[in-house]
Design a protein around this ligand. Structure first.
Ligand code: UD1
Ligand code: CA
Length: 491
């Protein structure tokens, strides 16, 4: 790797075709801004310094770039007078007068670090003043063409607008990525003029300036030309996003992940998957999500910044900032909100929403419940249709449930409240006071049966007729209490 290396990322342009209030280079693919991808790729060069040229909407681009890469040098280009002028501004900010300068654009999210490494190494080995990263494309329209002489030496880069008919036929294009000798640049950049079709200071003019000075110029053809493609509008953004996703999935499949349907599976750049993870159709793994060995995710699941343990199973779930420990099961139709922590071998079942909830090892919330601001001990089973009522209209409060408790169906836990270890609650209980360990809490009044009510109060209806047909109306009025063992749903 070159030892004295400066990277310059050009990101001052307007990006008007995005038609967006968000600057072009801040648009995201695979969970990262386009410029974020470029800043990640250039790290492979282990540069001594990275300079980002900002201009258009620099109040947004500048802080974003600094956040992505602390220590980056920002060079402000007030007016976008062309790529040559942009590098002039960058070199003044960098203060680098020796070594190698690698120039890249901020809108090429597929750029890979290894390609830059090879390119920079070749540049230094060939002792060139100017190396161009080029590519051969079917439709070169709009690009600068790499013009070579009979020996194949690069003699110029000619922009679309300045090219003659023969030059327009050339399919080798300038990607806009360069490796340049810093000492040469110090001399050449101030001499670039703007006498061309666009009236801009073209960085590509360094080619003829180098040749005039008797220095070497070369171009390195990158086979995988998509790496240098930029997104200028939303359609190109979507295409590059899809291509990047394919590449990410390809990488994980080679690393031992089963992706049943790559066409409907989306995995962000920073996601980490272990060997033998299975992703079923319709899965989106976003942000910093991590999935452990043998876990199965999907179908139809979105997880952002989640941690899924080994062997866990997550079905038709939406999760964010949640942790699911090893062997646990989630879904179908579960909503894991931030602060959810499901212990090993635990269960969050169908139509359950959780938030700021620690659910212990082997504990289960199987059906139709809301668990917010809660702690549930290991081995506890929460009955179907339980609401952890955490909000009194003013403040949020916590509910704690101990170990191996059994709570009945259709309960409401009015926080703050504590249900002790091994305690039970009857079906339909509204828990407003703490339940001591081992106690059974019952809050509903005794059941009252009013005999013959349908026949007298609903006479003449099918209901009354059905009751009549069933015979004797004189059932006893037993104030018995439900057995929580049968009232609580368990699975
Ligand atoms: C440039 C190249 C062209 C190449 C193409 C590849 C020149 C003269 N031409 O053309 O040979 O094929 O890129 O995409 O360099 N920028 C600034 N400040 C400026 C001007 C541009 O920061 O003053 C940045 C833009 O934000 C953009 C990049 O430089 O990221 C390229 O600028 P653009 O104007 O799009 O150059 P092209 O005309 O596409
Ligand atoms: Ca461009």
């Amino acid at each position: 790797m070159p030892t004295d290396l400066t990277v310059v990322v050009l990101a001052a342009g307007g990006g008007t075709r995005m038609r967006s209030k968000t600057p072009k280079v801040l648009h995201q693919v695979a969970g990262r801004s386009m410029v974020g991808h470029v800043l990640t790729a250039v790290q492979a060069l282990e540069p001594r310094r990275v300079v980002a040229v900002v201009g258009h909407q620099r109040e947004l681009v500048g802080p974003h770039v600094e956040e992505q890469l602390p220590g980056v040098v920002l060079a402000v280009q007030e007016d976008q007078l062309g790529t040559g002028h942009a590098l002039l501004v960058a070199m003044a900010a960098a203060g680098a007068t020796s070594g190698t300068v690698v120039v890249a654009y901020g809108d090429t999210p597929l750029l890979a670090g290894e390609s830059l490494q090879q390119f920079a190494a070749e540049h230094e080995a060939a002792q060139r003043a100017v190396s161009i990263l080029s590519g051969v494309v079917d439709d070169p329209f709009g690009y600068g063409r790499v013009v070579r002489d009979a020996e194949g030496d690069v003699v110029a880069v000619v922009e679309e607008k300045d090219a003659d008919a023969d030059q327009r036929e050339i399919r080798e294009i300038n990607s806009g990525i360069y490796a340049l000798d810093a000492a040469f640049l110090a001399d050449a950049l101030p001499r670039i003029g703007n006498d061309n079709a666009k009236g801009e200071y073209y960085l590509t003019d360094v080619v003829h300036l180098a040749r005039e000075a008797g220095l070497t110029v070369g171009a390195h053809v990158l086979e995988d030309v998509r790496q240098t493609e930029g997104a200028n509008d939303r359609a190109q953004l979507a295409e590059l996003g899809a291509e990047l996703n394919r590449r990410i999935l390809d990488r994980w499949m080679r690393a031992g992940v089963t992706v049943m349907d790559p066409a409907t599976t989306w995995v962000d750049a920073d996601v980490v998957l272990a060997q033998d993870v299975t992703l079923l159709p319709g899965v989106q793994l976003l942000g910093a999500t991590v999935v452990g060995e043998d876990a199965v995710v999907g179908p139809d699941t979105t997880l952002k910044d989640c941690e899924i343990g080994a062997g866990a199973r997550v079905v038709r779930t939406h999760g964010e900032l949640a942790v699911v420990a090893q062997g646990a099961t989630v879904g179908p139709f579960s909503y894991l909100r931030p602060g959810t922590h499901l212990g090993a071998d635990g269960k969050i079942g169908a139509f359950v929403e959780t938030k700021n909830a620690r659910i212990g090892e082997g504990a289960k919330v199987p059906h139709l419940s809301y668990v917010g601001d809660a702690e549930i001990g290991e081995g506890t089973n929460i009955g179907a249709g339980t609401i952890f009522a955490n909000y009194d209209g003013v403040a949020k409060h916590r509910t704690t449930v101990g170990r191996h408790a059994r709570t009945g169906s259709n309960n409401t836990f009015v926080a703050p409240v504590h249900i002790g270890d091994g305690a039970s609650t009857a079906g339909g209980t509204v828990v407003r006071r703490d339940v001591p360990p081992g106690a059974l809490a019952v809050s509903s009044g005794p059941q009252r049966n009013i005999p013959g009510w349908a026949q007298t109060r609903r006479s003449g209806t099918p209901q009354a007729a059905a009751a009549e047909a069933a015979g004797d109306a004189s059932h006893n009025d037993d104030p018995g209490v439900g057995d929580p063992g049968s009232a609580g749903a368990e699975s």
